[in-house]
Design a protein around this ligand. Structure first.
Ligand code: PNW
Length: 456
């Protein structure tokens, strides 16, 4: 099999503002919840913060050059709300906008198309202090106003917009019941209902922002949501196991309460029944706001969970990973290449959206990369990982699913949230002492895939 992709398939890389920019006090930026959270003792591995990160704010031109070297024509990045509206609401900081203008002009110089995420977790600290961020419904309207501010200023340079990255990661992982959560803002709440309320507010923010983007864009644009729903993968591809995986999908993780309302206009009835009084308050008209027409969906693909038919009351079971199951260098990063294919197929078959174009907006892995004496990083583990997931992407296309593009996570090692600088996901190795970028073996391998438009 030659694993060739169709002409025009979009190859890219993805990054996020807080993970790479640094320069947290430059050009009028004010703190985000991640600045506050990472300054607290014990929250981040080895006490790292995003204060400097990859210093991309100052080194963006070199980083774009690396993208050109890699041969990508598409770049996904995020904008920092607290650079653009430092107090979260109110006046716009034009200096913050100017940084993104410089970046965008540089991308354009190399013929790289920008795909911008408005929110990748770094909400303004001021809104945390004002009303507790996502605990408040007000956050949705403030986010929509931020979207208007951005799109009316940058809509001449960006036409591909994503509202929000991975709602679960700053709601269900940022708020927890009676214990300290792993992500910012790191708020302990009294009930599961309150946690689901934060993700409901984020869904409203997504919906209002979709409307705001379309209203503010000076020309035609496309709008998407990015989600890391967890695909259920049939243990065998028998009809019975496939049916089991489809049934299991709705109740797995937060699938039925985040992706499903966004794409279908309703929370999964099975999930609502299971949550009972812990279901969020959903006001009249909310679901119509949440369920906006989308031009495509962004799928962040990392792992999946196996399911099979079984003689349980529900008729299926979800399987735990056995001891010793292969995984990469994160506690949750099991090696499940088929999840990429099954994620796309579930969008089509299980959520009934065969019409919706898909981009894999993130896929990648952390390894224990190190430099050899010759100055190389021989990350054969990352090549193994990416190659198998890309073959799964190829299968989806072969079978006719509407997969348009693939963005590797990530351009360079960066601030990996609670894991600080200890977990390296980059195609470029970041030497944090000198800020030198060093291409790993996977960088050269991915460049060859792009050049040949196939999995090599
Ligand atoms: C994504 N999980 O986060 C994010 O979009 C990136 O910012 C991040 O660097 C990357 O994946 C690697 O972690 C995730 O627990 C965080 O399953 C947690 C999970 C998945 C993705």
């Amino acid at each position: 099999m030659s694993y060739e992709f169709p002409p025009g398939f979009e190859w890219g890389v993805a990054t996020a503002a807080y993970q790479i920019e640094g320069a947290i006090a430059a050009g009028g930026r004010k703190p985000s919840v991640w600045d506050t959270f990472s300054a607290l003792p014990g929250r981040i591995l080895q006490g790292a913060t995003g204060a400097i990160a990859c210093d991309h704010y100052h080194r963006y031109a070199e980083d774009v050059k690396w993208m050109a070297e890699l041969g990508i024509k598409h770049y996904r990045f995020s904008l920092a709300w607290s650079r653009i509206i430092p107090d979260g609401r109110g006046s716009v900081n034009e200096t913050g906008i100017d940084f993104y203008r410089r970046l965008l002009d540089c991308l354009q110089h190399y013929g790289i198309t920008p795909h911008a995420t408005l929110f990748h977790w770094d909400s303004p600290q001021a809104l945390e202090e004002l009303y507790g961020s996502w605990q408040s419904r007000d956050m949705a309207q403030d986010f929509a106003d931020y979207a208007t501010a951005v799109v009316s200023r940058l809509g001449d340079r960006i036409t591909s917009w994503m509202t929000i990255n991975e709602i679960v990661c700053f709601t269900h992982i940022g708020y927890d019941v009676n214990r300290i959560p792993v992500h910012a803002p790191g708020t302990s709440v009294a009930s599961l209902k309150q946690v689901w309320q934060t993700s409901h507010h984020a869904l409203l923010a997504h919906g209002l922002a979709c409307q705001a983007i379309r209203a503010a864009s000076p020309g035609p644009c496309s709008v998407a949501l990015v989600d890391n729903f967890v695909p259920t993968v049939p243990l065998t591809e028998s009809a019975a196991d496939i049916a089991a995986a489809r049934q299991a999908f709705h109740l797995h993780g937060t699938n039925g309460g985040i992706l499903e309302p966004a794409l279908t206009g309703a929370y999964s009835p099975a999930l609502l029944a299971q949550l009972g009084e812990n279901a969020p308050e959903i006001r009249d008209g909310d679901l119509a706001i949440v369920h906006q027409p989308l031009d495509w969906i962004g799928f962040n693909s990392y792992f999946g969970t196996y399911a099979r038919a079984a003689e349980t009351p529900a008729g299926y079971e979800v399987l735990p990973f056995p001891q010793g199951y292969p995984q990469l260098n994160m506690p949750w990063l099991h090696f499940v290449p088929d999840c990429l294919y099954w994620g796309i197929r579930h969008l089509s078959e299980t959520l009934n959206r065969p019409d919706l174009p898909v981009r894999v907006t993130e896929n990648g892995c952390a390894g224990q990369d190190s430099l050899t004496e010759a100055g190389e990083v021989l990350d054969s583990d990352r090549i193994l990982f990416l190659r198998q997931y890309l073959r799964s992407a190829h299968r989806a296309i072969q079978e006719g699913y509407p997969l348009q593009g693939y963005f590797a996570w990530t351009l360079m090692d960066n601030f990996e949230w609670a894991y600080g600088c200890d977990r390296r996901f980059g195609l470029l190795y970041t030497d944090y002492e000198t800020q030198r970028r060093i291409p790993k073996a996977s960088f050269h391998w991915y460049r060859e895939c792009i050049r040949q438009n196939r999995v090599v």
